[in-house]
Write a protein that binds this ligand. Structure first.
Ligand code: GLC
Length: 555
């Protein structure tokens, strides 16, 4: 019988806590994702194969050799399901099919076979918090108050004096409540009004969504990135959220309130554990949860050894941190300290939602960021195009598409700049398409493209490939221990160690040379990687220089 979220208890099937520890010590095999690197593909912008200016599954398949040669282990695809594209696929109208823009189920089966044939894994984006308002479930739900699917979504009467049921604010700005004239109630939407929130307290919703996971796991996917997982259950009494005392009008309206009652509810953790139990039935499948929370609450999404939740609650702390050695050191130490003993770390520096790392900190520091990402303890996720160092992109107003921008235009938080098509070569439309792409290319695409960077040994692409190859060749960089070293001005320094191999990572976060680092010069055997031109190590770090050094074994 297939496992359903509301069904059997997983805990009783697991060994006792002490048994689990012994098992971990004696037999623990390192799962693929602990050594592995995840590469996020934004399907609309990877490769167009059918001349409509929008990327698709056959396009991704045609570019798989590039992904394999990069040296990553798994691909995560942003949503590819049928969708009206109000939020570019994060508004799902059918969880078990493919949007015709991207292809069909046959194209998907071809893609997954081609991914597996190259020894890669494929993760899909599971969007459980909300559907599209065009999903047949919601169309039924809003058709009448006594429709059997009414309770699949979150409907509420107006507040006693009239108006919205409470003060909750959508993440994209404005009230989270939308009035439905026909049935005289409001429905809840944490994002756009075209994205009504599902009611995960309803067992039928849980059963339907577990069927969705079975559908894709049965088709061979290796796991899921779970969209806004911490949002999926709301407080049963729908109290007002408290005001955020630190809010200022120059940040998003969402942050005016603390999302105390609308997110991170205990019942959501229970569902996360049920998702994990379901995935476990299929063997080594990976669940990555999108979780934006402070370190301590974030760590709770690992669950416990007896009742584990997602394998990797996505860790966005690098994206949010000011880019200097002191802040980064604190972020890394606080995160490491927050992890439960059995919890495997992970790191992210870019995504389809965040500003491009090279736009934020400049290309020289983007190399330092790449070295940091690929040498910290934990699974890294790379975002397509960051390996080319794509930075500032100009999107003329008439070509802007992101709904987040249109909801709050004055804040300049549109995500289109991170979603521009992959520039493959210098041919018209950068080899991405035969026609004008849905979003403009990066301004410098004639020179900043894959083909040009493949030819240039010093390019960002070849730097990423080198780092990824090093990570594969030196287990100290993936599964080794991590020791942060003493603070030294703009320098971040740490040691990774595994079975006698010791590697020191030295990163200069500043624009000044740093010298001397004599204490550290003594034991250096070799320079394995540099963000700048290779040179023998002399105990100094140039501006923006990052180094991976191989050290002599400890005396
Ligand atoms: C996640 C997605 C983002 C989307 C939102 C609503 O944060 O990453 O792109 O807009 O969820 O689904």
């Amino acid at each position: 019988m297939q496992r359903r979220f509301a069904g059997e208890q997983r805990a009783s099937e697991l060994p006792s806590p002490s048994g689990f520890t012994l098992h971990m010590m004696r037999e623990r095999q390192i799962p693929w994702w602990e050594r592995g690197v995840i590469y996020q593909i934004y399907p609309r912008s990877f490769q167009d194969s059918n001349d409509d200016g929008i990327g698709d599954l056959a396009g991704i398949e045609a570019r798989l050799d590039y992904v394999a040669a990069l040296g990553v282990d798994a691909i995560w695809l942003s949503p590819i399901y049928p969708s009206p594209m109000a939020d570019f696929g994060y508004d799902v109208a059918d969880y078990c099919d493919i949007d015709p823009i991207f292809g069909d189920l046959e194209a998907f089966d071809r893609l997954i076979a081609a991914v597996h044939a190259r020894g890669l894994k494929l993760l899909l984006d599971f969007v459980p918090n909300h559907t599209s308002d065009r999903h047949p479930w919601f169309i039924e739900s809003r058709s009448s108050r006594d429709n059997p699917k009414r309770d699949w979504y979150i409907w509420r009467d107006p507040a006693p004096g009239g108006g919205v049921p409470n003060n909750w604010i959508s993440d994209f700005g404005g009230s989270s409540w939308e009035w439905d004239e026909a049935t005289g109630q409001y429905y809840l939407h944490a994002f756009l009004k075209e994205q009504p929130d599902l009611n995960w307290r309803n067992p039928e919703v849980r059963a339907a969504m577990s069927d969705v996971l079975h559908f894709w796991l049965g088709r061979g996917v290796d796991g899921f990135r779970i969209d806004v997982l911490w949002h999926i259950v709301k407080h049963q009494a729908f109290p007002d959220n408290p005001l955020n005392p630190d809010w200022t009008p120059d940040v998003t309206e969402r942050d005016r309130l603390l999302q105390h009652f609308s997110t991170d509810q205990p019942e959501a953790h229970e569902i996360s554990a049920e998702m994990r139990a379901l995935a476990e039935d299929y063997g080594e499948r990976l669940l990555v949860g999108e979780i934006f929370l402070p370190a301590e609450r974030h760590a709770r999404w690992y669950g416990t050894p007896e009742r584990p939740q997602v394998h990797l609650p996505f860790n966005f702390h690098l994206i949010e941190s000011p880019w200097d050695a002191a802040h980064l050191r604190a972020v890394i130490e606080d995160y490491e300290a927050s992890l439960p003993g059995f919890g495997w770390p992970n790191w992210v520096i870019g995504s389809h939602d965040a500003p491009r790392i090279a736009a934020r900190i400049g290309e020289a520091q983007a190399r330092v960021a790449a070295m940091l990402l690929l040498t910290l303890r934990g699974t890294p996720t790379l975002y397509e195009g960051d390996e080319l160092g794509i930075g500032h992109v100009t999107i003329p107003p008439e070509r802007m598409r992101d709904p987040q921008h249109f909801r709050q235009p004055s804040l300049n938080i549109g995500r289109d700049r991170s979603r521009t098509p992959m520039p493959w070569d210098a041919s018209p439309h950068a080899g991405f398409s035969t026609c004008e792409p849905w979003l403009p290319l990066n301004d410098d695409w004639p020179t900043r493209n894959v083909a040009a960077q493949e030819r240039d040994p010093g390019s960002m692409l070849n730097f990423y490939r080198h780092l990824l190859a090093l990570r594969r060749a030196h287990p100290a960089l993936s599964v080794g221990s991590f020791t942060m070293e003493k603070a030294e001005g703009d320098v971040l320094s740490y040691v990774r160690q595994h079975e006698g191999e010791r590697l020191r990572v030295l990163l200069n976060l500043g624009p000044e040379p740093v010298q001397p680092l004599t204490r550290q010069a003594e034991s250096v055997r070799d320079v394995l990687a540099s963000t700048l031109q290779a040179r023998p190590y002399d105990g100094t770090l140039l501006p923006d220089e990052g180094l991976i050094l191989s050290l002599a074994p400890e005396a």
